[in-house]
Design a protein around this ligand. Structure first.
Ligand code: ADP
Ligand code: MG
Length: 804
């Protein structure tokens, strides 16, 4: 049954399965069990007792061993529990010795308050703890432990020996435990202050687990990694880690008062050098109450995977959502250093944290988690932008665009480096922060790296150009402030509920030409991809400001022709000659204006207008995506007509919005041939001139062939355009949305995101109420098919998991 369900899951996604087929395949288990095809099955059925099996109580030792396997999953989980106990005992020195990656021996010694003699008898029973009495205590718990399960669990899967001494005692006690109980009375022993716990032969009674772990070489490094993490948070505690029998320690930290010093001594100078201090807080009970401080790496830290050391209320935890949110910021701002090192400590009122959501307490739940994450995300983002602007600016400009994005149009093979020179990536560690006193110097470098067009060949023009740039650079900070303001506006206006939807949704399919269907948790959303892509492109333009790679147009297009074309298209009365003069005038003025602004358009937006007034390059806004070139005229006209060039912020905003509109995933101009649009191509056929009918039969045949050919070409062009768009929506738009998009609050109410309710009827009502053309029967059918598909998929999954 399990197999069958998952097979259905796969086929539902790989192709359309008819309703009856699905019903047949996901028929309830009973049907499968009652139809016995073979004799063997019939015999087996005869043997199955008719009575239901009897339920009985599991023996406590079995229950405990099952539970223990959950708490102590690997050697490193035992070390974590033991070290946390030592920290809870207010130790200032914690020493760990490990043999065989922890399978043979884990020994943790501390100088904490020790354990009373009277408590030793119940120390390793399940649910015995000194940290909690009532359930309500959980609300304000400050210690790391509270479940009273860790030591008990260890005694069910290993041999545990405890030696301890409390203050004022002349000697300590030692006692061994098995299955939760003492193996003998505690024996007096010599002891130094604190407690030592030895865990030997871990998983001796769980053969399978022991075997898998024996083959894994990671256990020691996992333990080392864990202790490193503890040591950079608890900086006043000395930690050491040693392999049993080794003379030296693998890790040894000494208490310090500086976090950065602690990180330096544990992770090395090369990491510490890249770190930026970060902090933020909020004290608004209606949104969030928290304090955060930490360190994040800058563009000089390059690693294969992210290191995120996160403490929430001094508890070492994972928070996937936060980690992901930070990764997103890095991917957007420092794509080349997108796997950062993060140390972060968040403190909230204890009653705002639910620590009891995971048996190993690894994950916690926070009140107002989304708000907190969004706030942290924006602090990280602005820190990165401020600290790395100069560096990324240089780096991105010198580098040629990644292959594939340049010259996509007609494979022109353009490269921003002189032909023959190889793409040379500047290693991040070799990049030098540009001297702000010599801005012309770095631009000079930039000019050298560019292909030598006629402009660059002329030394006097180059000089003029660089002096223009130099002048502009003096107000570079001002430029960036306005961009920063626009980006901040996006952040402040972000709708946290929708943010969660876009970050964690999966794409189901297109419901019609503009509406896509998404699934988030158990909800379905209908999303207007035109609005969505327009806003996403706008946001990306601001984020990539002055850092664009280029798309080279295979045929540079004269601005004047583009503007003329756009004006004519807008013109309501094409017959009127007076209009022609006007159009010419506007065209001339706009062309001149854009030629004057060419320098700025190129540098900030990657829009290149050559000396002859031809548009020859446009920016890459999302990798792997080229906009619909039919919309170039409209875009150029918008640049000429709508931009207020005097007001810096407005100017940047309008240009970014114009690019957003140009690059948005509008339905292609040719009707969609896969639906009603096919009629358009069919209808074209009888449009032949009736006079042609009188021509010779030969001519008719010729005409028919030519027309058929043209029609065929048109049809296939339309097919390609639509297929490409659908591909881009699925493979470019939605993945980028998940990574970069900050949905504005307006999208929750303007019909861009509409939550589809349980019944299709309500979904249709909602769509209609949002002024989306209600006349589309096809759309509704498709919607129904898709929602059905998603629901069946959900059903399939549930069935699969319940069958497990
Ligand atoms: P929990 O930490 O959830 O209370 P444990 O099973 O980890 O449960 O530990 C049980 C109890 O044993 C603790 O509550 C604590 O009182 C005591 N204990 C364990 N380890 C130490 C230690 N290293 N020093 C002092 N007391 C300890
Ligand atoms: Mg504990």
């Amino acid at each position: 049954m399990v197999k069958k369900s998952s097979a259905i899951g796969e086929s539902l996604w790989s192709g359309v399965v008819s309703q009856s087929e699905v019903e047949h395949r996901i028929a309830p288990p009973m049907e499968f069990e009652t139809h016995c095809d073979t004799e063997a099955e019939a015999e087996a059925e005869a043997e199955v007792p008719k009575e239901p099996p009897k339920i009985h109580r599991l023996e406590e030792s079995v229950v405990n061993r099952i539970a223990a396997g959950e708490v102590i999953q690997r050697p490193v989980s035992a070390v974590k529990e033991l070290v946390e106990n030592s920290l809870d005992a207010h130790s200032s020195s914690i020493n760990v010795v490990v043999k065989d990656g922890g399978l043979k021996l884990i020994q943790v010694s501390d100088d904490g308050h020790g354990i009373r003699y009277d408590d030793l008898a119940i120390l390793c029973e399940r649910h015995t703890t000194s940290k909690l009495s009532t359930f309500e205590d959980l609300q304000s718990i400050k210690s790391m432990g509270f479940r009273g399960e860790a030591l008990a669990s260890m005694t069910y899967v290993a041999h545990v020996t405890v030696s301890t001494i409390t203050k004022g005692q002349l000697h300590g006690y030692r006692v061994s435990y098995r299955d939760g109980v003492m193996e003998h009375e505690p024996k007096p022993c010599a002891a130094v202050k604190g407690t030592q716990i030895m865990v030997e032969n871990l998983f001796y009674n769980m053969t399978a687990r022991r075997k898998t772990l024996q083959n894994s070489a990671n256990d020691f490094s996992n333990i080392e990694d864990l202790l490193k993490r503890f040591s950079i948070h608890h900086i006043n505690v000395n930690f050491s880690l040693r392999k049993h029998g080794a003379s030296g320690a693998d890790l040894h930290t000494v208490g310090t008062s500086s976090r950065l010093d602690a990180i330096r001594s544990v992770y090395g100078v090369s990491v510490a050098r890249t770190l930026i201090k970060i902090e933020t807080s909020d004290n608004n009970p209606s949104s969030s109450v928290f304090k955060m401080n930490g360190f994040i790496s800058d563009s000089n830290y390059v690693a294969k995977k992210i290191t995120m050391v996160l403490f929430i209320n001094d508890r070492l935890v994972d928070c996937t959502a936060l980690k992901r949110a930070i990764e997103i910021v890095y991917a957007a701002t420092l794509p080349k250093a997108s796997k950062p090192f993060i140390y972060m400590s968040i403190v909230l009122p204890p009653e705002h944290v639910d620590v009891n959501v995971h048996p190993t307490k690894r994950e916690v739940c926070l009140l107002n988690q989304e708000v907190i994450i969004a706030k942290i995300q924006s602090v990280v983002e602005s820190k990165l932008r401020n600290s790395n602007e100069a560096q990324t600016f240089q780096e991105q400009i010198v580098e040629p665009s990644p292959s594939g994005n340049i010259g996509i149009i007609k494979d022109s093979g353009f490269s921003s480096l002189p032909s023959g020179s190889k793409s040379q990536k500047v290693p991040v560690h070799k990049m030098v922060r540009t001297d702000s006193l010599d801005p012309a110097g770095r631009l000079h470098h930039y000019l050298q790296a560019k292909p030598c067009g006629p402009l660059e060949n002329n030394p006097s023009l180059t000089a003029v150009r660089s002096s223009v740039r130099q002048r502009r650079n003096q107000k570079e900070t001002a430029d960036l402030t306005s961009i920063q303001e626009l980006i901040n506006e996006i952040d402040c206006n972000c709708h946290s509920g929708l943010l969660d939807v876009v970050r964690h949704c999966s794409y189901i399919g297109m419901a019609d030409d503009v509406l896509a269907l998404l699934q988030h948790d158990t909800h379905l959303y209908v999303v207007n991809v035109v609005n969505l892509s327009k806003e996403l492109m706008y946001q990306q333009v601001l984020r990539r400001f002055a850092h664009f790679n280029a798309i080279q147009l295979s045929d540079p297009a004269p601005l004047s022709e583009l503007i003329m074309l756009a004006l004519k298209e807008e013109d309501l009365d094409p017959e009127c000659n007076e209009n022609d003069d006007l159009i010419e005038k506007i065209t001339e003025m706009n062309t001149e204006l854009l030629k004057q602004k060419a320098e700025m358009l190129e540098e900030y937006f990657g829009i290149h207008v050559d000396v002859h007034g031809n548009l020859s390059r446009i920016p890459v806004i999302l990798d792997q995506y080229t906009p619909d070139m039919d919309r170039v005229p409209e875009f150029v006209l918008c640049l000429g007509n709508d931009v207020d060039w005097e007001n810096e912020k407005m100017c940047f905003q309008v240009i970014s919005a114009a690019l957003g509109n140009f690059y948005a995933m509008h339905p292609p101009m040719l009707p969609n041939p896969s639906g009603d649009g096919l009629q358009y191509y069919k209808k074209r056929k009888p449009l032949r001139n009736p006079e042609d009918e009188e021509n010779t039969s030969n001519n008719i045949e010729d005409d028919v062939t030519i027309e058929d050919e043209m029609e065929h070409e048109l049809l296939s062009e339309a097919e390609t355009a639509w297929a490409q768009r659908e591909w881009s929506i699925q493979h470019v738009l939605f993945p980028s949305m998940r990574l970069f998009f900050k949905p504005p609050a307006s999208m929750a109410t303007n019909g861009t995101f509409v939550q589809a309710c349980e019944t299709h009827m309500t979904l249709k009502d909602k769509l209609n109420s949002n002024n989306l053309k209600p006349d589309r029967k096809k759309k509704e059918e498709r919607l129904e098919c898709l929602t059905g598909r998603a629901e069946r998929e959900r059903g399939g999954r549930t069935r699969t998991s319940s069958a497990n």
